[in-house]
Design a protein around this ligand. Structure first.
Ligand SMILES: [Zn+2]
Length: 620
C-alpha cells in the first residue's frame, strides 16, 4: 500500500476537519458554516461514508483530507502529505540511492542502443539499394556528403523488423528496444519497427548523446515527421536539434538563431552559420530555454511570414491575435527577456520560403535578415502600427487590451515607460490615460491570479482508496501525449476524485513539459506517475493521432458527466436530510438552486456528447 493510501486509511475526515471547524451532526453527515467563505447558514458538509467534504455555498469547493488541509493550512500537496503522515504515524521514505543508480544504468543502455541504431541507419542510407530514393531526396535538398556524415543522417527501410533484428543480434533485449522507443508494441504484445521507409535524423543532447530520432516520411505516409516517443532519455520538449554542434558557435557569437526544420539546421551549418538550431516543431519550452540560457541570452526567432501575421491584414481583433503568434506566447517571451536580461529578436522569412532555401539562394540575404532582425516588442509595435486603423475606436481598444498586459509583464520600469509612451503615440491617446488603465489592469490581474490560486478543489464522492480506471486511462494518455493538453481545457483537478490522480493532473496542467512535471512531483508520487507513463496502449491509439484526440475528448466528457452526477447525488441526499431535520428555507432554496445549475451543466454535456457522436459517425 502506498503511503498516501495508508494515511487515508488511518485518518478519519471527521476527526481531521474537527480540528479546524466546529462540526454539527446532520443525519449521518456533518455540517458547519464554511471555513472558506463567510456565511450565516451552514453549507459546508462532511461525508464520513465517502471521506469527503463539499461546500454547497458560494465557494463550491470540496475534496478529501488532503485538499482540506492544503486549503486550510495554505500548503501544497507534499507539505499536506507530510503533515498528515506525521499525524497518522506513517513513515515517508524518499527515493533511495539504489533506485537512482538503477535508473542511471537504464539511461546508459538507451544511449548505447540509440547510438547503434543511428550508426546502422546511416550505414543503410549510404549503402542500401533500397535507400536510393532517400539519397536522391537529400541530394535534391542540397546536403553535402560531409554534412550527411557529420550529422549521421540515416535511412529506415520499409521492413517491419529491420532495426529490431539488427539490435537483437547485437545482444539487446526487445524490452530495451521498446524502452528506447525504436519498437512499437501491438495489442497482442508483439512488436515492430517504429520507423519504416523514413529519412532518419538522430537527435542529440548538448553532450552529443543520441537521445532519439526524427523520421521524415519518404512517401505520403502520415505523419510526415515522426519523432521518438517520450523515453527515459528523450523528451521532445527538452530537445534542440543541432545543439551539440552549434553550442560552441552560439557561445562565441553570443547569439542563437532558432528555426523549425532539421534540414534548415543542416544547410545553415554547411554554409558556415554554425549558431542555428531547430525547436523540434514545438513552441519553445522553458526546458529548451534553460539549455540555451547557459550559452547565450540573445535569441533570434526565424518566423515565416504567415506565422508572423504578415498575411493577416484584416482590421479586427483577430488580426491582433495573429500578430502575436510567438510561442510560448509573447507574454512569456517578454517575461523571459525581463527575468534573464535577454533579448529576443524576430526575423521574418520571405513568404513561402524556408531558411534552407534562403541560404542556398543567397547567403548575403540570410546575413542581412539576421542583422535586420528586430527586437520582439518593437516588431509587434511596428506590425500593429502598419495594420491598425487609428480612427477606429474598436481597433484602438483591441490593441490596448492586447498590449497592456504585455507591458505589464515588464518588470523594468524604464522599459515599461518607454513602450507606454510609444503606445500612446501610436494610438494617439493621452499617456496618462494609458498609465491609468494599466494601473487598473494591474489590480485586476492581481485579483485574477489570487482567485486562480484558490480555485475550488475536487469533491470526492467515492471511497477514495479505489483509484478510478477512467482517471488513470485519461492521465496515462495525457502524460504520454502532451499535445493532447489542448483537447481537455474543460477539465480541472476537480474532475479527478482520487487524491493521487488529482495531484498529478494539477501538476501536469501547470508544467511546460514532462521533465518539469516529474520534477514538480512529490517523491511519493513519482513511481505512480512513471507507471502511468509506461502504460501500453493499443496500436490504434499509438499510431493514430485523430483516434487519440477522440479518445481523450471522450474521457474528458465522461469525467465531467461523472462529476456532475456525483454532485447531484450528494445534493439530493442533503436536500432530503435537511427537509427532515428542519433546515432553514434559505438553505433549502440554495440547494434547489444548485440543482438547477447542475442540471443545466449536465444538459450541456449531453449536447456535446451528441455532437461528438454525430461527428465521429460522419467521419467513419
Ligand atoms: Zn464555502
Amino acid at each position: 500500500m502506498s503511503a498516501i493510501d495508508e494515511v487515508k486509511q488511518r485518518l478519519d475526515i471527521v476527526q481531521v476537519v474537527s480540528e479546524y471547524v466546529k462540526l454539527q451532526k446532520s443525519g449521518k453527515n456533518y455540517k458547519s458554516a464554511c471555513p472558506f467563505h463567510s456565511e450565516k447558514n451552514p453549507s459546508f458538509f462532511v461525508f464520513p461514508d465517502r471521506q469527503s467534504w463539499h461546500c454547497f455555498g458560494a465557494c463550491g469547493t470540496g475534496g478529501d483530507i488532503f485538499s482540506f488541509v492544503m486549503k486550510k493550512e495554505d500548503v501544497d500537496f507534499p507539505q499536506a502529505l507530510r503533515l498528515l503522515a506525521n499525524k497518522a504515524g506513517v513513515p515517508l521514505d524518499d527515493q533511495t540511492s539504489s533506485q537512482r543508480q538503477s535508473q542511471n544504468k537504464e539511461r546508459e543502455i538507451l544511449f548505447e542502443i540509440n547510438e547503434a541504431a543511428a550508426g546502422y541507419y546511416h550505414h543503410l542510407l549510404l549503402n542500401a539499394s533500397s535507400a536510393k530514393a532517400a539519397r536522391n531526396y537529400i541530394g535534391g535538398r542540397g546536403l553535402s556528403n560531409e554534412t550527411i556524415k557529420d550529422f549521421q543522417i540515416g535511412f529506415a527501410p520499409e521492413g517491419w523488423e529491420t532495426i529490431k533484428q539488427y539490435l537483437k543480434n547485437k545482444g539487446y533485449e526487445e524490452k530495451e528496444l521498446l524502452a528506447a522507443g525504436l519498437l512499437v508494441q501491438r495489442e497482442d504484445g508483439s512488436n515492430y519497427d517504429r520507423f519504416r521507409n523514413r529519412l532518419m535524423f538522430p537527435i542529440r543532447n548538448i553532450q552529443g548523446q543520441v537521445t532519439g530520432f526524427g523520421g521524415r516520411a519518404l512517401d505520403d505516409s502520415l505523419p510526415k515527421y515522426l519523432n521518438s516517443p517520450q523515453t527515459l532519455v528523450f523528451d521532445k520538449s527538452g530537445s534542440l536539434y543541432g545543439i551539440d554542434r552549434a553550442k560552441t558557435t552560439i557561445r562565441q557569437n553570443n547569439q542563437a538563431v532558432i528555426v523549425e526544420g532539421y534540414i534548415d539546421v543542416l544547410i545553415a551549418q554547411q554554409y558556415g552559420y554554425g549558431n542555428v538550431i531547430a525547436s523540434m516543431g514545438t513552441a519553445m519550452t522553458d526546458k529548451q530555454l534553460t539549455i540555451l540560457k547557459s550559452l547565450t541570452r540573445n535569441l533570434i526567432l526565424a518566423l515565416d511570414a504567415d506565422a508572423a501575421g504578415e498575411e493577416a491584414v484584416s482590421r479586427s481583433g483577430e488580426m491582433v491575435d495573429k500578430m502575436l503568434p510567438v510561442p510560448p506566447s509573447f507574454y512569456g517571451w517578454v517575461k523571459y527577456e525581463d527575468a534573464h536580461k535577454a533579448e529576443v529578436r524576430i526575423m521574418i522569412l520571405p513568404s513561402g520560403k524556408d531558411p534552407d532555401e534562403v541560404i542556398i539562394a543567397d547567403t548575403k540575404h540570410w546575413q542581412k535578415m539576421i542583422t535586420d532582425a528586430k527586437p520582439m516588442v518593437d516588431f509587434i509595435f511596428e506590425s500593429a502600427a502598419a495594420k491598425i486603423d487609428t480612427t477606429s475606436a474598436r481597433d484602438k481598444s483591441t490593441i490596448v487590451e492586447k498590449l497592456l498586459p504585455l507591458l505589464n509583464e515588464m518588470k523594468d520600469p524604464i522599459r515599461q515607460a518607454h513602450y507606454l509612451e510609444r503606445l500612446a503615440r501610436l494610438l494617439k491617446v493621452d499617456e496618462h490615460f494609458l498609465s491609468d488603465t494599466m494601473r487598473k489592469f494591474k489590480a485586476l490581474d492581481k485579483k485574477r491570479r489570487w482567485t486562480a490560486g484558490t480555485r475550488p478543489l475536487a469533491p470526492v464522492s467515492t471511497p477514495i482508496s479505489s483509484s478510478s480506471p477512467l482517471e488513470q486511462y485519461c492521465l496515462a494518455l495525457l502524460l504520454q501525449y502532451p499535445e493532447l493538453k489542448l483537447e481537455c481545457t474543460a477539465l480541472s483537478p476537480d474532475h479527478f476524485e482520487n487524491t493521487e490522480n488529482r495531484e498529478l493532473f494539477s501538476k501536469w496542467q501547470n508544467s511546460e513539459d514532462v521533465d518539469g512535471f516529474i520534477q514538480s512531483l512529490d517523491s511519493a508520487l513519482v513511481e505512480y506517475a512513471n507507471n502511468l507513463m509506461s502504460r501500453a496502449f493499443p496500436a490504434i491509439i499509438t499510431e493514430n493521432e485523430s483516434v487519440r484526440r477522440q479518445t481523450i475528448e471522450d474521457c474528458a466528457i465522461r469525467l465531467q458527466e461523472r462529476r456532475l452526477r456525483s454532485l447531484e447525488a450528494q445534493r439530493q441526499e442533503l436536500l432530503s436530510i435537511e427537509a427532515e431535520t428542519g433546515g432553514t428555507a434559505a438553505q433549502l432554496a440554495k440547494l434547489e438552486e444548485q440543482g438547477l445549475e447542475i442540471a443545466k451543466q449536465l444538459q450541456e454535456i449531453f449536447v456535446k456528447q451528441n455532437q461528438r457522436h454525430r461527428r465521429v459517425k460522419s467521419d467513419a
